[in-house]
Design a protein around this ligand. Structure first.
Ligand code: NAP
Ligand code: HSE
Length: 433
């Protein structure tokens, strides 16, 4: 039996070059553990002139030549982007090549189509690297927890945001300096917009929720906010109140099987385990009806951790190819056991509200009145002695649980008050109760 599996690499950036480096370094270990020789046969890149850390003869700019190379049985897509990556993955599936990808944006947008083709062709797509880098959460959801209904996931799943929030909280850095650091360390995407506006985490949440609940969650049906909405003042006030601000991806299964998926900067109690997840680290707290609580922690970005996930998928694919001929089909299987995602306005949460207000009698009563008319209670209030740079008082209110629609309606009334200077700062609060 020939125990060599040829790999075609599409992309040789942060992750692709990491895969090459670590496969070269640990190839012997993998050979001993798997009894398989994993060999990178060809690599597609965009720029033929760039300096590379692999032999020049492996490189081409022709994606199709890599996919159709007869030695290649596993195609590893690490180019990023949507259109070319989708075309490449579909071509690989049609050519009977097992696919491994870390492309969360592509799966979140087009996962339903890609997995339908994967099923139709009986050729699997592995995607561990798409969600939380080196943390094996896809394998856990798909295999280790297969007997569970998932009650909730709370995840810190964007390393760049977590790095920025940590540096702003602990070193007092401003946002641009902290972002530049994250980019220099290879955590942020080439275009960091999606890291900062919450959509990178949302893509991962969509993949996790879709896998957990067997229905492909649509990006336009979920609520997403990024850390660009968080100010240094909110981080400071949250600390005074006993909370840390983290970008939390929250996935919940409700009573009637309806699921909710959202990504928001969120105040979490400073003694909760997720509050001590700092820097580029990711963590995901999972609650299953059989297993109870489980926690996953590790590096969610960067060449090494992501290469570790890619190589684990390659090892699974190669083992199956060598032993049985065809690897187990498709990591995502649609079923109808759960409802659709709840509309964002129907999702219930506690909230933190910071207002810049005129320092005069009756202001708190007007604000409380608007909240009361919308059925929202106040659980605590803070008004520091110091005024803001415009000479206004800062009013910080912790609100009781309410639907987002109620809070939006109250906020519209509050921001229209003459004594309030908009915009208000509104953040979610999660107490894990
Ligand atoms: P990257 O550093 O930007 O590298 C992209 C690579 O793809 C480059 O080698 C580029 O070629 C090549 N490429 C792009 N378009 C191409 C095309 N049309 N034809 C041929 N080659 C093309 O990206 P990355 O950070 O490694 O990320 C790769 C994927 O992994 C993305 O989907 C990303 O979301 C995902 N991911 C990244 C991380 C991370 O920590 N970075 C973690 C998890 C998942 P040139 O070298 O010639 O420019
Ligand atoms: N830019 C992503 C992050 C990379 O910061 O988490 C890992 O997906």
């Amino acid at each position: 039996m020939d125990n060599t599996i040829g790999i075609g690499l599409l992309g040789f950036g942060t992750v692709g070059s990491g895969v090459y480096e670590h496969l070269t370094r640990n190839g012997n270990l993998l050979r001993e553990r798997l009894g398989i020789d994993l060999r990178i046969e060809r690599i597609a890149v965009r720029d033929p002139a760039k300096e590379r850390t692999a032999p020049r003869e492996l490189f081409t700019t022709d994606i199709t030549a890599v996919i159709n190379d007869p030695r290649v049985r596993v195609v590893v897509e690490l180019m990023g982007g949507l259109r070319e990556a989708k075309t490449a993955i579909e071509a690989a599936l049609r050519a009977d090549k097992v696919v491994v990808t870390g492309n969360k944006a592509l799966l979140a947008e087009h996962g339903a189509e890609i997995f339908a083709l994967s099923d139709a062709m009986s050729v699997p797509v592995f995607f561990e690297a798409s969600t939380a880098g080196g943390i094996p959460i896809i394998k856990a959801v798909r295999e280790a927890f297969v007997a569970n209904h998932f009650l909730s996931f709370h995840g810190i799943i964007n390393g760049t945001s977590n790095y920025i929030l940590t540096r702003m909280t602990e070193a007092g850095l401003d946002f641009p300096t902290a972002l530049a650091e994250a980019q220099a360390r290879g955590y942020a995407e080439a275009d960091p917009t999606l890291d900062v506006n919450g959509w990178d985490a949302a893509h991962k949440a969509i993949i996790l929720a879709s896998l957990a609940y067997g229905t492909w969650v649509r990006p336009d049906g979920i609520s997403v906010e990024g850390i660009d909405a968080v100010s240094a003042a909110d981080i400071r006030f949250a600390r005074q109140l006993g909370y840390r601000v983290k970008l939390i991806a929250n996935i919940n299964a409700g009573d009637q099987g309806a699921i909710s998926v959202g990504v928001h900067p969120t105040l979490i109690p400073q003694d909760h385990v997720l509050a001590s997840v700092n820097g580029v680290f990711n963590a995901i707290a999972v609650k299953g009806d059989v297993v109870g609580d489980a926690l996953f922690y590790g590096r969610g970005a960067g060449g090494g951790p992501t290469a570790s996930a890619v190589l684990a998928d390659v090892a699974d694919a190669a083992t199956a190819l060598v032993n049985r001929g065809t690897p187990r089909c498709s990591g995502f299987r649609a079923h109808g056991l759960y409802g659709k995602a709840l509309p964002p306005d129907a999702v219930v949460s506690r909230y933190y509200l910071r207002l810049a207000v005129d320092d005069q009698p009756g202001v708190l009563a007007q604000v409380a009145g608007a909240l009361g008319r919308n059925g929202i209670g106040i659980s605590s209030a803070l008004q520091p002695e110091q005024h803001d740079a415009d000479g206004r008082a800062q009013l910080i209110l912790m609100l009781d649980r309410a639907r987002h629609a109620q809070v939006k309606s109250a906020l519209a009334e509050i921001e229209a008050l003459a004594c309030v200077k908009p915009p208000a700062a509104l953040l979610r609060v999660e107490t894990f109760a």
